[in-house]
Design a protein around this ligand. Structure first.
Ligand SMILES: Nc1nc2c(c(=O)[nH]1)N(C=O)[C@@H](CNc1ccc(C(=O)N[C@@H](CCC(=O)O)C(=O)O)cc1)CN2
Ligand SMILES: Nc1ncnc2c1ncn2[C@@H]1O[C@H](COP(=O)(O)OP(=O)(O)OP(=O)(O)O)[C@@H](O)[C@H]1O
Length: 288
């Protein structure tokens, strides 16, 4: 185990966009620093972090990380529940307007987005979705193609299916709106993984995030599994990587090191917060 200061890592990294990211991108487990505190800025440059060489994970280590994840989820759920309703509405508006006005959103032609669920206190996506479904893009008059999640089973399998109307959605057992895999005419809905075209943009949900690209989901492993599969396919087909952008209320943004991760967790490229876009990965810095 090697202890490095952020300053040392900056010196080592050729193009370090976030100090701790190279640690996780090299598929090592990152051990979090507690306590969990929302932050409004990056940690001081002198803060020590832990870099680990590639190690194999014992079940005991994994159990400990998953336990820490559950603790973080529980803390963030509580702060989301305690959010003032008018602040929530204000943040929903700010986040959605930022997305709708962004060039990377305007130019995207094929995207996957989540259908927000009120009872899960997720950032609202209804305005973004209705814009996509109602209005062709004013610059090109081309319609965006929208795919949304459909949970296939309890083993982290999720598909992204094409929808054209909000009427295509029905509430599932988790009370989340999702498309029936077969439409009203009895036709199977188009599945992103079967379509032979790349996705430009993923709009992702989650419970907590940090400014280095770590994302904590709701514990099903659905998104990580899906994104990994999509990334493998994109590589195979030589497609450009999609932008993976998560939407986050302010209490969901945690201090660097507070989000426990395993090598299976997929890093996001950027966050949209009530204060604007936080580009994280080199691809986001270039494109956003
Ligand atoms: N809007 C939305 N759609 C989504 C997801 C999501 O996070 N948000 N998913 C992302 O994977 C998939 C569904 N996965 C889900 C996993 C857990 C829960 C949920 O209700 N969790 C409760 C806790 C349940 C428990 O601990 O037993 C919660 O978080 O409060 C919902 C959806 C696909 N669709
Ligand atoms: N102790 C454990 N050891 C190994 N795997 C576990 C353990 N606990 C949970 N899992 C598995 O890990 C997966 C959940 O991973 P994780 O908690 O990282 O998901 P998430 O990031 O919250 O979810 P999502 O990707 O859907 O947003 C599930 O498939 C679950 O079965």
């Amino acid at each position: 185990m090697v202890l490095l200061t952020t300053r040392e890592l900056v010196m080592i990294g050729a193009r370090v966009f976030c100090i701790t990211t190279p640690v996780q991108r090299s598929s090592s487990i990152f051990f979090p620093n507690f306590p969990i505190r929302p932050v409004s800025r990056l940690s001081p440059a002198t803060r020590p972090i832990v870099a680990m060489s590639t190690i194999s994970k014992t079940q005991e280590e994994l159990d400990s990380i998953f336990k820490q994840k559950r603790i973080v989820r529980s803390t963030v759920r509580k702060s989301l529940k305690a959010m003032d309703p008018s602040l929530r509405i204000q943040q929903d508006d700010a986040i959605q307007n930022t997305v709708l006005e962004a060039p990377w959103f305007k130019s995207c032609r094929r995207l996957c987005a989540y259908i927000s669920c009120r009872s899960l206190n997720e950032v609202d996506t209804s305005k973004i979705l209705s814009e996509i479904l109602q209005h062709p893009d004013s610059n090109t008059t081309a319609q965006k193609k929208l795919y949304v999640p459909w949970v296939e089973d309890k083993n982290s399998n999720m598909r992204m299916l094409h929808i054209s109307h909000m009427d295509d959605l029905v509430a599932n057992s988790m009370n989340i709106l999702e498309p029936a895999p077969v439409d009203a005419q009895g036709n199977e809905r188009e599945d992103v993984m079967q379509a032979d075209e790349p996705i430009d943009l993923f709009i992702l949900p989650g419970l907590a995030f940090d400014r280095c690209g770590r994302r904590l989901g709701r514990g099903g492993g659905y998104y990580d599994t899906f994104l990994r599969r999509y990334q493998d396919r994109a590589k195979e087909k030589d497609w450009r990587n999609p932008l993976m952008v998560a939407l986050s209320y302010s209490p969901q943004i945690l201090e660097e090191g507070s989000i426990p991760v395993t090598p299976n967790d997929v890093l996001i490229d950027a966050l949209v917060t009530p204060s604007g876009v936080v580009p994280i990965s080199p691809c986001a810095i270039e494109r956003m």
